[in-house]
Design a protein around this ligand. Structure first.
Ligand code: UDP
Length: 384
């Protein structure tokens, strides 16, 4: 079986790493399975891309499309065209896509139109905010997919509500949990970032901001950074800054007053990030992956967004949504209470999502999309 995996952005490298490692293990055990990677180039800086391949031992991409730094439409269009060329040449049995980026959408569209079945990892997530580019990407990728691998019960339930046939949905847990379990040891052995930044464990806040709905709105961005600036007068705040955020701050002319202890650094590698996360007292973020990692490391999280796809974290009190306004952000920091929380809930599976995904793909080798479409049409007719 031949799998084409499409990656392009930082969270996808983390997710793909675990599945690629599981492919390697299966191959070594004699299974007939081959995977090759297509890197769209959506993220291209060394510390947003290359460092992940090196550190996480992800196989080098067979194709590097070099499509980054352009507008949504141009980026997605160019990716569809280039991915189609690659698929025409390689004829994979499956196209494997991750998450919700433009690379996910482009690959799903290119493949489904060529009648190559698509498998979507991290399917079924919804923010119910259609102004987010990610929300559009997720919905379209899910509805183009033959196999939908959901990380949580709420994601599975959502797909059923949207009319996706149950047999296409496989709740396997979260590949990011697999990644955390695997790399935490290597991180503890190899990363010295906490020491390098002279941080005291459990005495600092880790913050990340990069969502377009925060960076592209100068008022919001100003409020968020005013809040962080203020908090940093009470506690050290470390912020590995995404290139998009740096650019947005410059363009909006936002200057930090520098009176507190706000340590802004370049984006860090995954092994460094794990150390920063697990040693933090609190995490403040608008990242999807970082919200979950906070839970994996039993660190409370304040999410600087109006909604989250990871609803179970909020339901169980691990995570709190904070209004995007300076005073609300400061108050959320001052009023946090997390004593007595039960961190032991297995919300994201058992850490074997990657193998469950590959087992399902191997079992479905002969499953082609056309027969499924007929079945879906009959199901729909029965409901009308
Ligand atoms: N991450 C990292 N270095 C950083 C910031 C984030 O390695 O400086 C990792 C983080 O640990 C998580 C992933 O990148 O595994 C999340 O990616 P991001 O926040 O860019 O995207 P999202 O999860 O919001 O889609």
């Amino acid at each position: 079986m031949k799998i084409a995996t499409i990656v392009g952005a930082r969270p996808q490298f983390v997710k793909a790493a675990t599945v690629s490692r599981a492919v390697k293990e299966l191959r070594e055990a004699g299974t007939d399975i081959e995977e090759f990677l297509i890197h769209t180039g959506q993220h291209y800086d060394h510390n947003m891309s290359e460092v992940f391949f090196k550190e996480m031992e992800i196989p080098a991409p067979r194709y590097n499309l070099g499509i980054g730094a352009c507008k949504q439409g141009a980026m997605t269009g160019r990716m569809i065209e280039s991915i189609e060329d690659v698929l025409n040449r390689e004829h994979p049995d499956w196209v494997l896509v991750y998450g919700d980026t433009n690379s996910t959408l482009a690959a799903a569209i290119a493949a489904v139109k060529m009648h190559i079945p698509v498998a979507h990892v991290e399917a079924g997530l919804r923010s119910f905010n259609r102004r987010m580019p990610e929300e559009i990407n997720r919905i379209l990728a899910d509805h183009s997919s033959e196999l939908l691998f959901t990380p949580t019960q709420s994601a599975t339930d959502r797909l059923l509500v949207e009319g996706i046939p149950r047999k296409k949905i496989h709740q396997v847990g979260d590949v990011m949990y697999d990644a955390t379990m695997h790399y935490r040891v290597k991180s503890a052995e190899n990363s010295s970032i906490v020491k390098m930044l002279s941080l005291s464990p459990k005495k600092y806040v880790l913050a990340t901001i990069h969502r377009a709905e925060n960076t592209d709105d100068p008022h919001r961005l100003r409020e968020i950074f005013a809040g962080l600036d203020e908090i940093s007068k009470e506690v050290t705040v470390v912020l590995p800054m995404h290139p998009r955020t740096r650019k947005a701050l410059e363009e909006a002319g936002i200057h930090l007053n520098g009176q507190g202890n706000l340590i802004i650094i370049d984006p860090v590698s995954y092994l460094d990030m794990i150390q920063l996360e697990s040693n933090a007292q609190l995490i403040m973020t608008d990242s999807g992956g970082v919200q979950k990692e906070a839970f994996f490391f039993q660190v409370p999280c304040l999410t600087l967004r109006t909604e989250t796809e990871w609803v179970e974290l909020v339901t169980h009190g691990y995570n709190t949504l904070v209004p995007l306004e300076r005073t609300a952000i400061i108050n959320a920091w001052r009023m946090q209470k997390y004593e007595g929380i039960n961190w032991a809930r297995p919300l994201y599976g058992k850490g074997n999502a990657a193998h469950a995904i590959l087992d399902t793909l191997l079992g479905k080798k002969e499953n082609k999309p056309n027969t499924e479409s007929t079945e879906e049409a009959n199901l729909l007719k029965a409901h009308l």
